[in-house]
Design a protein around this ligand. Structure first.
Ligand code: PEP
Ligand code: MN
Length: 338
């Protein structure tokens, strides 16, 4: 339910309503808008009638149900777009944010070389997996903490913010120490243990859509994080599994406008995993921006032929610089900046 306060209601009245929501066993999530305050009361749906009675409290304009299943992630509760702040970056604002870097952190020299190159080309954040979710247990699993240390060094050297994946909730503290944004990979989108742990932090989370997940399921996964009070969630369309085998996944571009309509959270696109083939990354990057993406995450490797993971879809630094040039007119046409 959403409790809509009358415009100009004094703070103590708002607090009285919040306290009452808590007494009734619900979690209050207030949004202090420029015009008025609304409070979402989330919890067991069965007690709705009790919440309805809050309409009799002073300062309450109305109490209305939220029909969307994702109560806090949905646009019904919050209409204005959420801007996730990472240092001085505003994600979901006017600027289209580019995250770039290798699939995996492989060595110090690889990471530093890529970091300098992508920074030069215009990336704002650096990616690189230190804990890798691999289909086969015999494939390269990542450098672990040594990889995180390399990422931290690359961050220091370039000023780029870092995004890296959390594979296991036991590593949350360790990964948090080194990264600015925590990635939850497609395979963990419904790992509710990880989601509820992230809900208790205030770290920004890049939540990737599961390869066999519906948009509604992605938004419900985001809901787990928001329900704990962490509103710093960025969603990412990274391709879904379809009958098509000409590409690794089918980048579901329509998910971008659908999510924009259904939610206030920023949405990124990952044309690297979305296609699996480097040649298709730039056209799909252009398309994602046209569809309204707030940012892109792109795999870049100094020597894709020798990459320990995802070489086929990785761009060489020169190709990445070209991608940036080629997306510029699309960014401008979308009324955004780069
Ligand atoms: C990755 O970003 O390298 C990755 C493993 O992505 P996804 O979880 O989307 O497969
Ligand atoms: Mn990858």
């Amino acid at each position: 339910m959403v409790i809509v306060m009358q415009a100009g209601t004094p703070q103590e009245r708002v607090e009285a309503v919040i306290a009452r929501v808590q007494e009734l066993g619900y979690h209050p999530h207030p949004i202090y808008g420029t015009e008025r305050t609304v409070i979402a009361a989330v919890g067991d749906e069965r007690g709705k009638a009790q919440l309805q009675m809050l309409e009799s409290m002073v300062g309450v304009e109305k109490v209305v149900p939220i029909l969307q299943p994702y109560k806090l992630s949905g646009s019904e509760f919050k209409r204005e777009k959420t801007k996730v702040l990472v240092g001085d970056l505003e994600i979901g604002g006017d600027e289209v944010i580019i995250i770039a870097g290798p699939c995996s952190v492989e060595s110090r020299s690889q990471m530093l070389e890529v970091a300098h190159a992508v920074k030069e080309a215009g990336a704002r954040m650096l990616r690189g997996g230190a804990f890798k979710p691999r289909t086969s247990p015999y494939s390269f699993q990542g450098l672990g903490e040594a990889g995180l240390e390399i990422l931290a060094e690359a961050r220091e050297a370039t000023g780029l913010y870092v995004v890296t994946e959390l594979l296991d909730s036991h590593e949350l503290e360790l990964v948090s120490k080194y990264t600015d944004v925590i990635q939850v990979g497609a395979r963990n989108m419904q790992n509710f243990g990880i989601l509820t742990r992230l809900a208790k932090t205030r770290k920004a989370v890049l939540l990737k859509r599961g390869m066999m997940s519906k948009i509604e399921e992605l938004l419900l996964s985001a809901e787990y994080i928001l329900a704990g009070g962490n509103y710093n969630v960025i969603l990412c369309e990274r391709g879904i599994r379809t009958f098509e085998t000409a590409t690794r996944n089918t980048l579901d571009l329509s998910a971008i406008p659908v999510i924009k309509k259904q939610s206030h959270l920023p949405v990124f696109a990952d044309p690297s995993h979305g296609t699996g083939i480097w040649e298709y990354v730039t056209p799909m990057a252009r398309a994602a921006i046209s569809a309204g993406a707030d940012g892109l995450i792109i795999e870049v490797h100094p020597n894709p032929a020798e990459a320990l993971s995802d070489g086929l879809q990785s761009l060489k630094p020169e190709k990445f610089a070209k991608l940036i040039e080629e997306i510029k007119p699309f960014v401008a046409a979308a009324g955004r900046t780069l």
